[in-house]
Design a protein around this ligand. Structure first.
Ligand code: BES
Ligand code: MN
Ligand code: ZN
Length: 495
């Protein structure tokens, strides 16, 4: 898709369709009123006839306009004017994009950014147009024989007034970067596990390194992990025929000595559960167990596109978790890179086993903060459903920064407590700690486990088990939490 900004008056524009907003309780937006005047009151006629009430998400496509150079107009309901929130603004954009999907329309002009959205400026409103359209029009066709896409849309222009051009241009740049970062993440995540192996993820990272001068990529092989004594990580990959990789990306956008922000993403390319084998229903979705890793790549992609003046390290432990004659077994005890011993009570709690060694490894970068993202626990779905990602951490400032960023990015998170009382559940009779904490508070005890390897830096953990992909009819990756992390990085870059 080609995204741009337009400041010319509506009547001078060439496009297949103009998108304008209609409120539920107030006169239509100013562009709609301009178009109404130039079409002999066509829009008011349609509204008065009752074809659209202005409820949020309603759409009416006027696909023939007599005596006019305008080809089509898409009316979009925005809801009540005074309460147009960021969320509702984006909902209306989604509805607009979806309404255009199955039409022959190739180029659109969007006038919705002129609406007043509580608490948001032109930069944000412009950026949201691009993020939402790109998200709505995403389609995974790579593995279909017929790769024709459903949508014919090629071009979206956002209408902005002259005096807001600079702000909108910043929004355009951010929007493109984040939207592409999200799409990149979704494409990787939607790939099946027979294609997207740990080696494939590593190749993708190398590709990013080749694309961006400021990104350097190093791939640690199993022999390197052996040298580093990553006994926990290696125990997980033992049961797999695919060699594990520890992918390390270094984005140098900041001053040489500035402490880096470290992002760690779980890159489990298929989680069968290991010897503690999962049940068959829905097991295909465990190809998404690498979504944390894919989101680290997507976020670095966005950061590089925006040329953020920050130093960022991306670390992705990539492995499969399979049952095998050589796989680790319940009761096995291993020694992690930190020296702590771990009793494996359930081989399906493998995410924390590959993450803990990566957390220890992160220490060598002298991080400012470390944020890990992982499809870590089914319990997170029980606790929070598929709306927010779970947030836990050892630093209130960092957690609050992430909460603030999630608000702006429309990529919600909800903080859960990480009180020391929960650590009790990880006691083992035979090792320093057990890899599972029983059936209560599974998301919290998983984070407790990780916290024991994150004692030497400010750290936050995002459990994205419920948010990284959709299940059922709309099965597919969401690209979350790339918007949240990109916003966090933008905020950090702005001081
Ligand atoms: N990748 C899963 C978590 C998961 C399950 C994410 C379902 C999304 C949907 C993780 O490796 C896992 O299997 N966790 C176990 C932990 C348990 C054994 C303590 C779980 O959640 O069942
Ligand atoms: Mn598992
Ligand atoms: Zn897993």
């Amino acid at each position: 898709m080609d995204y741009s900004i337009e400041t010319a008056p509506l009547k001078e524009l060439q496009c297949d369709c103009i998108i304008v907003g209609v409120y539920q309780d107030s006169p239509v937006c100013s562009s709609a009123s301009t178009l109404n005047d130039s079409t002999q009151g066509l829009i008011s006629k349609i509204i008065n006839r009752g074809d659209i009430s202005g409820k949020n998400g309603e759409t009416v496509l006027i696909n023939s306009i007599p005596d006019s150079t305008i080809e089509r107009i898409l009316l979009v309901g925005l809801g009540e004017k005074a309460t147009l929130s960021g969320k509702n603004y984006r909902k209306a954009l989604f509805a607009a994009a979806n309404a255009l999907k199955k039409t022959p329309i190739k180029s659109v002009v969007c006038c919705l950014a002129e609406c007043d959205v509580q608490g948001y400026d032109w930069q944000w409103k412009t950026r949201s147009c691009i993020e939402v359209f790109n998200d709505a029009l995403y389609q995974f066709t790579q593995c279909k024989s017929d790769q024709t896409r459903e949508s014919k849309l090629e071009k979206l222009s956002v209408i902005v007034p002259d005096h807001e051009l600079a702000s909108a241009q910043m929004g355009l740049a951010q929007g493109r970067a984040i939207a592409e970062g999200v799409a990149y993440t979704k494409r990787l995540a939607d790939l099946p596990a027979n294609i997207c192996t740990p080696s494939y993820l590593a190749e993708q990272a190398v590709g990013l390194g080749n694309k961006y001068r400021k990104v350097d990529v190093t791939i640690l092989e199993e022999s390197d992990m052996q040298d580093l004594s990553m006994g926990s990580f290696l125990a997980v990959s033992r049961g797999s025929r695919q060699p594990a990789k520890l992918i390390s990306l270094n984005y140098q956008g900041g001053e040489k000595n500035a402490k880096p922000i470290v992002l760690i993403g779980k890159g489990l390319t298929f989680d069968a559960g290991g010897i503690s084998l999962k049940t068959a229903a829905g097991m295909d979705e465990m190809k998404y167990d690498m979504c944390g890793g894919a989101a680290v790549l997507g976020t670095l992609f966005a950061a590089a596109e925006m040329d953020l003046p920050l130093n960022i390290i991306g670390l992705i432990p990539a492995s499969e978790n399979m049952p095998d004659g050589d796989a680790n077994k319940p009761g096995d005890i291993l020694t992690s890179m930190s020296g702590k011993t771990i009793e494996i009570l359930n081989t399906d709690a493998e995410g924390r086993l590959i993450l803990c060694d990566t957390l220890t490894y992160a220490e060598r970068f002298n991080p400012d903060v470390v944020i890990d993202l992982a499809t870590l626990t089914g319990a997170c779905l029980v606790a929070l459903g598929r709306v927010p990602s779970g947030l836990l951490g050892n630093d209130d400032l960092l957690c609050n920064d992430l909460l603030a960023a999630s608000e702006t990015a429309n990529d919600s998170v909800w903080r859960l407590p990480l009180w020391e009382e929960y650590q009790e559940q990880l006691k083992s009779n035979f090792a320093d700690l057990a890899n599972v904490g029983g059936k209560d508070a599974g998301t919290i005890t998983a984070a407790c486990f990780l916290s024991q390897f994150a004692e030497n830096f400010r750290w936050a953990h995002l459990d994205i088990a419920g948010t990284a992909w959709r299940t059922g009819q709309a099965k597919g990756a969401t690209g979350r939490p790339v918007p949240l992390l990109s916003q966090y990085l933008i905020n950090r870059a702005n001081g």
